[in-house]
Design a protein around this ligand. Structure first.
Ligand code: ZN
Length: 277
């Protein structure tokens, strides 16, 4: 069994897009929720929605749609700030309380924007513990331009503030690292998003098969805006951010569908219950 997390955020949230926004930040992605639910429903898959909290102010119905359709809600910060951005650690307790109110206390898991959990933001884990969170999925055990912790374990482990990359038997939070692929001795991220759009499907499928063979879950992610790019406004980006954000974006939905047709995926809490974690 593998795990699917959908990072539900709006067109103005991705880190690579933020510096180039010139128009009003008006939410549009809520319009794609029904199409995403349909994709999951037809494949009989439950998923976890890591939601950027501020979206619930404009569209509180997103919470009901997620829960009523048998999925789970989790936290992706209130405004999609990187954890290592200045003063964010002081704001985070209030953000957790705010999201708890907005989501009826249903969130038990967290994912850092741009996978920005690293040595500079290890304070996160203590705060999650204090707020009774039970899992996190912010670590990519391979290096990319924007993130990555290549020393991290590949299967789920108990994470702590002093042990971000290895099991700590006293840790209270379960970390679900994102799936990676070993390629001629090098580790590359292979867990969805840009990598699902860019890597040949054969490699992505082999990645999942490899995790299944080793009896650990392949943890995958996809963004709301990748599944419903029709609600993404035209944004003029320089070459590289444009490539990373939009390359093959129209193929993301069908590729995700193909994975859901071929492999078993479920949500995080469901996985933890089934596997007594
Ligand atoms: Zn995000």
């Amino acid at each position: 069994m593998n795990i699917l997390g959908i990072d539900f955020e709006d067109w103005y949230h991705p880190q690579l897009v933020q510096p180039y926004i010139t128009t009003e930040k008006k939410p549009t992605m809520f319009q794609g929720m029904d199409k995403i639910l349909e994709l999951l429903n037809k494949n009989e898959t439950s998923a976890t929605f890591f939601l950027v909290g501020e979206l619930l102010y404009d569209n509180p119905e997103l919470l009901d749609k997620i829960i009523d359709n048998g999925h789970e809600i989790a936290f992706h910060t209130m405004h999609h700030d990187r954890l290592d951005s200045s003063n964010f650690s002081e704001k985070f307790d209030d953000e957790l309380d705010e999201f708890d109110n907005l989501s009826d206390g249903k969130s038990k898991g967290f994912r850092a924007p741009t996978f920005s959990l690293n040595q500079n933001s290890s304070w996160l884990i203590d705060k999650l513990e204090k707020h009774h969170y039970v899992y996190d999925s912010s670590i990519v055990p391979a290096k990319s331009d924007l993130y990555g912790m290549p020393t991290a374990q590949e299967g789920p482990y108990r994470i702590s503030q002093n042990s971000l990359d290895k099991n700590d038997i006293n840790g209270k939070i379960i970390e679900f690292p994102l799936a990676i692929k070993k390629f001629f001795g090098k580790k590359i991220p292979a867990a969805g998003g840009f990598y699902l759009r860019s890597l040949p499907m054969k490699i992505t499928k082999n990645t999942i098969k490899n995790y299944e063979k080793n009896n650990i879950p392949a943890t995958f992610f996809i963004h709301s805006w990748e599944l419903t790019p029709e609600f993404m406004p035209d944004i003029a980006l320089p070459f590289k951010p444009n490539f990373v954000t939009f390359h093959n974006i129209k193929k993301a939905y069908s590729r995700m569908n193909e994975l859901l047709e071929n492999f078993d995926f479920t949500s995080f809490e469901n996985y933890m219950e089934t596997n007594s974690l």
